[in-house]
Design a protein around this ligand. Sequence first.
Ligand code: ZN
Length: 283
Amino acid sequence: MEQRIRVLVAKPGLDGHDRGALVVAQALRDEGMEVVYTGLRQTPAQIAAAAVQEDVDCVGLSCLSGAHNELFPEVVRLLKEQGADDILVVGGGVIPQEDIPFLKEHGVAEVFTPGTPTSITADFIRAHVKRKRMTFQKAPKKIAHIGIAVKNLEAALPFYIQHLGLTLLGTETVESEQVRVAFLGIGGSRIELLEPTSADSPIAKFIDKRGEGIHHIALDVEDVEERLRSLQTNGIPLINETPKPGAHGSQIGFIHPRAAGGVLFELCQYPDAAAGKEEGKHE
Ligand code: ZN
């Protein structure tokens, strides 16, 4: 479902040293990326053509010869000319600090000078690749629940139970969110009333700011971790980059409301789905 980030590591210009480029190429492979290396002394035209042909997400240019101010912008220009300006271009090598603003103005997203840990380069690439190769085609299974912020569960429950006729399935304290939750069943979904258990609870802050009301919509998904990673790769702002424990033994992660016009979405994976996988493993 998820495809790896593909990176072209290229050496434009005339210098004959590629040890640094090879180290970066191997480090990016170790970070789980697919890396294509062009070899030495490539022209910008050869590099742009290879990037398009190899369908990469990112081009990493390394230059030690001092010609980076001509060569890097030329690669950016040629990519644009071929309609591939969604390919991220980053640079490295011996590049004086004073040249970096010029390169950035000319479309180089970032420049990594010698000594930059390769993990920083990899993180930057992951955060900035624009190609949407990790989007999910598969819809969430259903709305798991709608979360409603209330000041006091006991005061709020009678409306739902006596007047809407919903069944109270139980209550649970979720330490990670500092909330006490009442679960009300409705078809295959639930309404969850959320009462803050401390003033630091995100629910307490929500009520302070906006009053009681709908707080979030939770979607039932099968692989919360992979989805969060995919969303992050696609530049969707997240509150949680990795899953954390939710109610009923679930693993959850929140997408930042900026991503959805102010609506807070939660991704929820219930243990059933994971148990299914576990069983699969033993077969
Ligand atoms: Zn929730």
